[in-house]
Every structure is written in structure tokens, then in C-alpha cells.
Design a binder for this molecule. Structure first.
Ligand code: IPE
Ligand code: IPE
Ligand code: MG
Length: 247
């Protein structure tokens, strides 16, 4: 049987890494300096996930709406992603991390697409933490693409509309094969999902913390895990002590 502590460890943690710009502003630095400082925390978060025995870690790195930022910032963010994959892929591979990428890959620059494909390909057989990078990701875009795929299967005569159920959708969205997140953490004090995992987070526990992403260290990660451990997940049922009282 699982120990109590193990039962309280989320299998899948998804993080909305927010607050890089504000962190930089507070120091009189350009926003890009905040993004660069944020990359250090990405490395640390992967290590902490491994240490805490979390199997899946999803990081929201760039949203489908982030293209609307100033051109220079978008280009800096692309540069940081390129640099991260070039520099860190070998290390992630050594640490047995399996990389998955979610989001729309068709509309990103071809060299970045190649890098993302290569990261997945190279680490496919690894058995450690699965690091899911949400890049050019928007939940509504993901659902639209999934609906289109399902409609194409129906119109090709390969799928009976009456057989479509929740599994069909879960198996068609970008996270196919990955369990839903148990815990979604957002840094920077904002309390919204910003188009992140709208299908998958139906029953996730949400933890909003004031700390800005470049300050999100191992200790802050464990504090969020501790908060999760005290939550009572009911999934629409009643909690165990209530059943005991009622019966
Ligand atoms: C999160 O930090 C990083 C990305 C969205 C790429 P922000 O850049 O959103 O930082 P704030 O929210 O402006 O402080
Ligand atoms: C969400 O943060 C996207 C990422 C963390 C990559 P944003 O900063 O883009 O979200 P809003 O604009 O505050 O909702
Ligand atoms: Mg933000």
C-alpha cells in the first residue's frame, strides 16, 4: 500500500511560470533579464520534481497569446528557448528526463520546431521525470485542433460520432497519454488560468502563490506541495469521514 505521504504527492504538477517582467522591473532591469533569471528556476524545478518523486512536470513557457507582446520581447524569448534546449538537452538526457512538448508546432519557426522535435526524439526512451514544455500553447487552440482531428476521422468514416466520449477527447488533445495534472501552481499572485490546460485541469487543485517566478526556489515548490497535501480532493463525491458518519 502507498504510504500517506506518497498518496499526498501529486503525480503531475503543472506550473504557470509568471512574474518575470515584474521581477526585472523591480530591479530596474529589462524584462528579458527576468526571463533569463527564470530559466535558472526551470532547472531547479526539474531537479526538485525528481527529488519529490513527481512523475510529470508541465511548465507553461510561452502561450499562443504571448505573440502579442512587443516584437523584441518575443524574439528574446525565442532566443532563450533556443539557448535552453542547446545548452540543457544533454544534461536533461543524462538525468533521464523525458521531454514532451505541447502546443501548436506548425506555426513556430522551423529551427525551433526542429529543436523541439529533437528534444522529444532524443529523450523518448528515458524513464525519469517527464518534463512537458507548453510552448506556443493555448488550451482553446488545442481543443480546436482536437475537434478538427476528430471531425476528420468522422468524415473519413473511421469514427462513429455516437462512440465519442471523454476518452476520445483526452486521447486527441496534445497531452494524450499523460495523466491530468493533480496540482496547478501559478506564481506572481495572479489568480487565473490564462488559457492553460482548460480540459485537463477540470479537477486539479489550484495553488496561487505571490512569489515571482525568478524567486520560485526549491523551498517555495515544497510549500506548494505541502498545501496540496492538505487539500481534500472529492471529485464530486463526499469525503471519507462524512461517509463514515452517514453510514
Ligand atoms: C512569465 O512572466 C513569462 C512568460 C509569459 C513568457 P511574464 O513575462 O508574464 O512576467 P509579468 O507577468 O509581466 O511580470
Ligand atoms: C501566462 O502568463 C503564460 C505563461 C506563463 C507562459 P501571462 O503573463 O501571459 O498571462 P496574463 O496575460 O497575465 O493572463
Ligand atoms: Mg505575466
Amino acid at each position: 500500500m502507498q504510504s500517506d505521504r506518497a498518496a499526498k504527492t501529486p503525480r503531475h504538477v503543472a506550473i504557470i511560470m509568471d512574474g518575470n517582467g515584474r521581477w526585472a522591473n523591480a530591479r530596474g532591469l529589462p524584462r528579458t533579464a527576468g526571463h533569463r533569471a527564470g530559466v535558472e528556476r526551470v532547472r531547479e524545478a526539474v531537479r526538485t520534481a525528481h527529488e519529490a518523486k513527481i512523475e510529470f512536470l508541465t511548465l507553461f513557457a510561452f502561450s499562443s497569446e504571448n505573440w502579442n507582446r512587443p516584437k523584441q520581447e518575443v524574439s528574446d524569448l525565442m532566443g532563450i528557448l533556443r539557448f535552453f534546449i542547446h545548452k540543457d538537452l544533454a544534461e536533461l538526457h543524462r538525468e533521464n528526463v523525458r521531454v514532451r512538448v505541447i502546443g501548436c508546432r506548425e506555426t513556430v519557426q522551423s529551427d525551433i520546431r526542429k529543436l523541439l522535435d529533437e528534444a522529444e526524439e532524443r529523450t523518448r526512451e528515458n524513464t525519469g521525470v517527464t518534463l512537458i514544455i507548453a510552448f506556443n500553447y493555448g488550451a482553446r487552440d488545442e481543443l480546436v485542433r482536437a475537434v478538427r482531428t476528430i471531425a476528420e476521422a468522422v468524415s473519413a468514416g473511421n469514427l462513429d460520432p455516437a462512440s465519442i466520449d471523454e476518452h476520445t477527447v483526452s486521447d486527441t488533445v496534445d497531452t494524450a497519454g499523460i495523466p491530468d495534472p493533480d496540482l496547478v501552481i501559478r506564481t506572481s499572485g495572479e489568480q487565473r488560468l490564462s488559457n492553460f490546460l482548460l480540459w485537463q485541469a477540470a479537477y486539479s487543485e489550484l495553488v496561487f502563490i505571490p512569489c515571482l517566478w525568478p524567486d520560485f526556489d526549491r523551498k517555495a515548490f515544497y510549500e506548494a506541495l505541502n498545501e496540496y497535501a492538505h487539500r481534500d480532493r472529492r471529485f464530486g463525491t463526499v469525503s471519507a469521514p462524512d461517509i463514515a458518519v452517514g453510514s
